[in-house]
Design a binder for this molecule. Structure first.
Ligand code: NAD
Length: 440
């Protein structure tokens, strides 16, 4: 890990590669293009709108994060990616139906110029889709080599200085760790022998890391959670992070649950259900893809509420998550939560949340922040799992033997303290010593 003066500069162009050019990816790219033109604002983006307090409160130093750390300017981002459908970014954005037609028209030529590269795909891993723009190769290693060639070509053609890869592709079916995932040697043997336990997303991650491109995992796929890929990340000094963008209902959960715990209010049940009608919803309608999402969504409450530390309050609470595909809603998801809590003398109470959210509007700023911060991490010499980026993910990655931090407010503190540490500033403890110092 480097400190302030050794962190490499953010000059030059940064390529942002997204496997998957669907609703999230197109909303992210169209958003950045409109922000560059001054016709949109980066609401929800920590790197663009967030501030960071430095030193004592009396010093009144609160710079914007983007002015505090060296980050790539939005004008220097170049977009590319892969999809199993040949639609360019304009067509894909129209299909996704997230952004208004007139906004897309004003960005049309730039969006049309971003065309996907053909994908590495396996219908066994995403059962509801049947695209045709797919690479062919005798082995999974050959497919990885083709992706590596795509990455190298993209860098040359666009005169890039650096690249990041953020997975914005569909959710793959649920799989558990397999012996082929255990070591890099076993994984590379598996690539050559077409091992069925190697998912397409793992082939992208492998290709990225071999090319020293950091990889962020926006879906609940197993991809970078396996020792083989983590070994490669460390070997090549590349950061990885994941998994599953924290948007919608889980965002609400990680805001509300820390509050309940702070006030020592008990929980007997939390029932969450959603309706959504975009392509993501269609993929998640398939039970094995839903299983990946379910596992990623269920972890948050257990870790935040710590039933083993607070058995009187949180032992045996009932937690259920449902996602229902409902086409009329498109990307405008509705998430309901029924929360059964109890207070003083065990008296029961209920909280109802009805979040009429827009999935991709919440996810797009996370793609931007992750792209910029993963690039920053690379220039700061940080390698392997980037736990300080947990803030952006539903199911944060952690090193072996550690538990993931799900509380949004602790995650934010961790992120900002990491930035303070790297930039040689004091960490903030919120002790409030200024008051006593003034009195002396
Ligand atoms: N929208 C959110 O709020 C949100 C939140 C958390 C996670 N996610 C995850 O982000 C991902 C993208 O979501 P979305 O709403 O954009 O979905 P989407 O269906 O609109 O887009 C996904 C795209 O990936 C493509 N794809 C599938 N497999 C591929 C492969 N192997 N290679 C290249 N392309 C491939 C599909 O053709 C599709 O165009 C999903 O996995 C979703 O679960 C989204």
């Amino acid at each position: 890990m480097k400190k302030k003066n050794d962190i490499l500069s953010a000059n030059g162009k940064l390529g942002v590669l997204t496997p998957g050019m669907g609703a999230v990816s197109t909303t992210f790219v169209a958003g950045v293009l409109s922000i560059r033109k001054g016709i949109g604002r980066p609401i929800g983006s920590l790197t663009q709108m967030g501030t960071i307090r430095l030193g004592k409160r009396t010093e009144k130093r609160i710079p914007m994060i983007k002015e505090f750390i060296p980050l790539t300017e939005l004008d220097n981002l170049v977009f590319g990616g892969w999809d199993i459908f040949e639609d360019n970014m304009y067509e894909a954005a129209v299909h996704a139906g997230v952004l208004k037609k007139d906004l897309l028209e004003s960005l049309r030529s730039e969006l049309e110029s971003i065309r996907p590269m053909s994908a590495v795909f396996d219908p066994d891993y995403v059962k509801r889709l049947n695209g045709t723009f797919i690479k062919k190769g005798k082995t999974k290693m050959e497919l990885a080599d083709q992706l590596r060639e795509d990455i190298r070509q993209f860098k040359i053609e666009n005169k890039l200085d650096r690249m990041v890869m953020i997975w914005c592709g569909s959710t793959e079916t649920y799989i558990e760790s397999d012996p082929v995932h255990e070591t890099l040697a076993a994984f590379e043997k598996g690539l050559k022998e077409n091992d069925t336990a190697i998912a397409p997303s793992m082939i992208y991650a492998y290709a990225a890391l071999k090319e020293k491109v950091p990889y962020g995992n926006g879906a609940p796929n197993l991809t970078v959670d396996i020792p083989a890929i983590q070994e490669l990340a460390l070997q090549n000094n590349v950061p990885i992070s994941g998994k599953d963008f924290k948007t919608g209902q889980t965002l609400m959960k990680t805001i509300i649950a820390p509050g309940l715990k702070a006030r020592l209010l008990g929980l007997s049940g939390w029932f969450s259900t959603n309706i959504l009608g975009n392509r993501d919803g269609e993929v998640l309608d398939e039970p094995l893809s839903f299983k990946s999402k379910e596992v990623s969504k269920l972890g948050a409450l257990e870790y935040i509420l710590q039933p083993e530390v607070y058995p009187d309050l949180y032992k045996d609470f009932y937690h259920k998550v449902r996602i229902n595909y409902y086409p009329p809603r498109g990307d405008n998801k509705e998430g309901w939560d029924n929360i059964d809590i109890f207070g003083w003398l065990d008296y029961p109470m209920q909280i109802k949340v009805d979040f009429l959210c827009r999935d991709s509007i919440l996810a797009a700023p996370l793609v931007l922040d992750l792209a910029l911060l993963m690039d920053f991490a690379t220039r700061a010499g940080m390698t392997g799992i980037q736990e300080w980026l947990s803030f952006f993910y539903k199911s944060p990655m952690v090193g072996e033997g550690l538990y993931p931090e799900h509380d949004l407010f602790i995650q934010l503190k961790k992120l900002k303290n990491t930035l303070r540490y790297l930039m040689g500033e004091d960490l903030i403890t919120h002790l409030g010593l200024e008051y006593y110092e003034q009195k002396q």
